[in-house]
Design a protein around this ligand. Structure first.
Ligand SMILES: [Zn+2]
Length: 252
């Protein structure tokens, strides 16, 4: 390697380090007596597209957005807590736990608190404030792109077929038999569904009337008419999830 080559390389690397450190904004929010952090990776906070991750243990989905954002600036918001799916918090030394993708409706909050071991009205109120903090990032967006990974062998696009666990949420479904059934897109918008189907991508259209009110972000967006896309891939399917991001961005 020539000296000049090394010199240019060092300049480029320090430039990347500089830009990335500038991009990360950390904001703290409280839930009960506990504190969580919201990290914003941008890009452009005014961007009409919001990438969001709420399950911190779904690392592939986070890594793919970071990688994508190195060449395509995006506004990415994610929760930072204890690198677990569920968010744990305390109120006066009593422990509670919620799934941060089940807190956007009253019914969802009640169920996820119960699933976490304990429901109280005070806890539900705290979780509502927490959910509202996250939802502020959704305002003035043309589309929300939620990033998820699955590991459960029983959960895939096939769960959305008639007779499957998620069948009630399905308005339309398209399966490409050559794709892994764990890698798929879920959306609230017919237009996006049609375009992804045309591109031969595994895709589900949410039934915005009959869906199960589990308090997830897709339900909240369906209720409020906010265009929503979930890019779901098996944990570790980095290339596949990156491919799905590119396909989704191509139709927007
Ligand atoms: Zn998830």
């Amino acid at each position: 390697m020539s000296k000049w080559y090394i010199f240019i390389l060092i300049c480029l690397l320090s430039e990347i380090a500089f830009t990335q450190s500038e991009k990360v904004v950390i904001r703290s929010i409280n839930i009960g007596d506990s504190t969580l952090q919201i990290l914003q990776e941008y890009g452009n906070t005014e961007d009409s597209i919001l990438f969001i991750n709420v399950h911190e243990d779904e690392v592939t989905s986070i890594e793919t957005v970071y990688e994508y954002s190195t060449t395509n600036p995006v506004h990415f918001v994610r929760l930072k807590h204890k690198e677990t799916r569920r968010v744990e918090f305390t109120i006066r030394n009593k422990a509670f736990s919620v799934d941060p993708n089940r807190i956007y409706t009253k019914k969802g909050r009640r169920k996820t608190l119960r699933d976490g071991g304990k429901f109280t009205f005070k806890a539900a109120k705290e979780v509502r404030y927490f959910a509202e903090e996250i939802l502020t990032y959704l305002s003035n967006r043309s589309v929300i792109i939620a990033m998820h990974n699955n590991t459960d062998v029983n959960y895939s696009i096939k769960s959305y077929l008639p007779g499957g666990d998620e069948a009630q949420n399905t308005k339309e479904i398209f399966i490409n038999p050559d794709m892994d059934p764990d890698d798929f897109v879920y959306t609230t918008e017919k237009e996006y569904f049609d375009k992804l189907k045309e591109r031969n991508i595994n895709v589900i259209l949410q039934d915005n009337k009959k869906y199960v009110n589990d308090g997830s972000l897709s339900v909240y967006c369906g209720l409020n008419g906010i265009p929503y896309i979930n890019i779901e891939a098996q944990k570790g399917h980095f290339e596949e999830q990156m491919f799905l991001i590119r396909e989704v961005m191509a139709i927007l």
